[in-house]
Design a protein around this ligand. Structure first.
Ligand code: G4P
Length: 533
């Protein structure tokens, strides 16, 4: 083994690359800030996460973001904790869903599922969890807002187990019901309770005081007794952390706390270091894996244009999968077989960037003005390698796009083609509709807003969008597509997705898809990967 590969392996071993998945308002921004506060932020993000108006918000690269107060971009926050380097990839925090969110999950090794103590599992948590399961990403659960009245702890665990078929294994257990938090029991250190002195506004780390079991029994009698009893019950039920089962996505370690007061955040951070897996070997096309100590390889999981309105640039976010990335090295783009120069490699935090000189497996590098790069691209040095394509999720929203000003149809076509390449939306065409009226397909309607804003602002070709009444897409073949477009009974339409030339059959609902199957029993009609099953 060369010293470079040993170096890559040892750096990989101390990396943890993860995302926080949650429903809006569960506290993702608050938790992110709290994690960065507890850990030592390697690069001052300054201002990445959070909502408009809140301290530290800078990801306002689009006018739309400012007006809506939402973050459409995904930033990467890097910080150190106990000798490890943590990369926290932000998933877009808006209520609508987009493919971006899924792509970010292709670049992480673990997810923290954040749940609001009063609300339990919510719609977006469910969708994101489905993606984690689909990708085999282990999930750590953090039940947030325990400082406010909410549901019973055991009831929340039941809900996770029932709905996600995932056994919750508590690691930090609350003493006191939601809204009456007395402290936390670190299950690995029984016989004591951690009591927290809150700091005003959560501005500093919460002060943790270990309290002995005797003192807890004396001072917090009923609550302490209940917590100990609950933990005993859970133990009998086998709700005990097992690393192998966690990595196999059969169990989820559970933490309770209040991100706003930094309660329980240190325990979560320790768990990310102790339990979350480091980057491992990655499957490659054609079978086999690329180990982390192989020569450099990276996966482009997101391309984002116009992050800096002053520069009109485009950044390809690449996760290092193996080896060592050094700025300036020339690598190969697997899709084209062409060399790719990496002079402009940055770490990107909202609008702030700094040059990256070196990066290791698990790290994320922003390649500026990498116009040749597409989502899903593999870059490598040494032995050629290609990572499997990014899954394209089944679109559920469809709209025809037309230029408002017909004299700008060239800009219109160029803009739509560019947004398609970046993966902002899926673009579908058919002979019937022609290329002046492509159909845009999205996982979440928010993607259409991004198209409208960028077509007007960046390509000077405002678009009219006409929503189509379809909600379901299936993969078909040429014969199926022809049959559907001929059918007088079935409500639906077949189009070709430009990105991969797939033939998609669109229907308003499952009932129409069913009647198509009955009318043409031999036609191919396959399920696409559902964004949520
Ligand atoms: P998000 O990114 O998941 O959308 O959630 P965010 O962190 O913005 O938090 C949503 C709301 O929940 C915020 O209140 C935030 O202060 C609150 N919150 C987050 N964590 C906790 C917690 O542990 N306990 C309690 N009680 N509240 C929490 P807001 O009123 O919407 O915004 P703000 O005015 O407080 O910023």
């Amino acid at each position: 083994m060369s010293s470079t590969s040993e170096w890559a392996a040892s750096e990989a071993a101390r990396r943890r690359t993860f995302a926080v998945i949650s429903h809006p308002d569960a506290g993702k921004s608050t938790l992110t800030e709290a994690l960065a506060l507890h850990a030592h932020a390697i690069t001052e993000a300054g201002a990445v996460h959070g909502k408009a108006g809140r301290r530290g918000v800078a990801s306002d690269w689009m006018e739309m973001e400012k007006t809506r107060g939402i973050s459409v971009t995904s930033a990467v926050l890097q910080f150190a904790h106990r000798g490890c380097v943590l990369n926290l990839l932000d998933t877009p925090g808006h209520a609508d869903f987009s493919e971006d969110t899924y792509r970010v999950l292709a670049a992480v090794d673990c997810a923290v599922m954040l749940i609001d103590a009063a609300k339990g599992l919510e719609e977006q948590t469910r969708k994101l969890f489905d993606v984690c399961r689909h990708r085999g990403i282990p999930v750590i659960t953090f039940v947030n807002k325990w400082d406010r009245p909410g549901r019973e702890a055991l009831e929340l665990l039941d809900e996770i187990e029932r709905e996600f078929r995932l056994k919750p294994t508590p690691v930090a257990w609350p003493v006191g019901d939601a809204g009456y938090l007395r402290g936390l029991i670190d299950v690995r250190r029984p016989g004591q309770m951690l009591r927290y002195a809150r700091t005003p506004g959560g501005a500093r780390e919460a002060i943790e005081e270990p309290v002995s079991a005797d003192r807890a029994a004396l001072e917090d009698g009923a609550d302490w007794g209940k917590a100990v009893e609950e933990l005993d019950l859970l133990q009998i039920d086998g709700a005990v952390h097992d690393q192998e089962a966690f990595l196999a996505c059969r169990t989820t370690p559970v933490f309770f706390g209040a991100a706003i007061s930094n309660i329980g955040v240190r325990l979560l951070l320790d768990a990310i270091v102790d339990l979350a897996p480091p980057p491992g070997p990655r499957e490659v096309e054609g079978g086999g894996v690329r180990p982390v100590d192989a020569p450099f390889s990276g996966l482009v999981f997101k391309v984002q244009a116009n992050m800096d309105p002053a520069h009109r640039d485009r950044i390809a976010f690449m996760r290092v999968c193996s080896g060592i990335f050094e700025r300036g090295m020339t690598v190969t783009q697997a899709a084209s077989g062409k060399p790719f120069a990496t002079k402009y490699a940055h770490s990107v935090f909202g609008q702030d960037r700094s040059m990256v000189d070196i990066a290791y497996p698990g790290d994320v590098v922003g390649l500026v003005n990498a116009t040749a790069l597409r989502v899903g691209d593999t870059l490598y040095a040494g032995q050629s390698t290609v990572f499997p394509p990014m899954p394209t999720f089944a679109p559920e929203h469809f709209a025809v796009a037309r230029p408002v000003d017909l004299s700008r149809s060239k800009q219109f076509r160029r803009g739509i083609a560019q947004l398609d390449e970046e993966g902002v939306v899926q673009v579908l065409v058919s002979d019937l509709r022609g290329d002046q009226a492509p159909v845009l397909a999205a996982v979440g309607p928010m993607q259409f807003d991004v198209v409208s804003a960028r077509m007007a602002g960046e390509f000077s070709s405002p678009v009219k969008l006409e929503t189509l009444p379809y909600r379901l897409a299936r993969a078909t073949d040429t014969a199926g597509a022809e049959a559907l477009n001929r059918s007088r009974i079935v409500q639906g339409e077949a189009l070709t997705r430009i990105r991969d030339k797939a033939q998609l059959a669109l229907f308003p609902d499952g009932w129409q898809a069913g009647s198509f199957e009955r009318e043409f029993p031999t036609a191919r009609l396959d399920h696409l990967i559902a964004a949520h099953e």
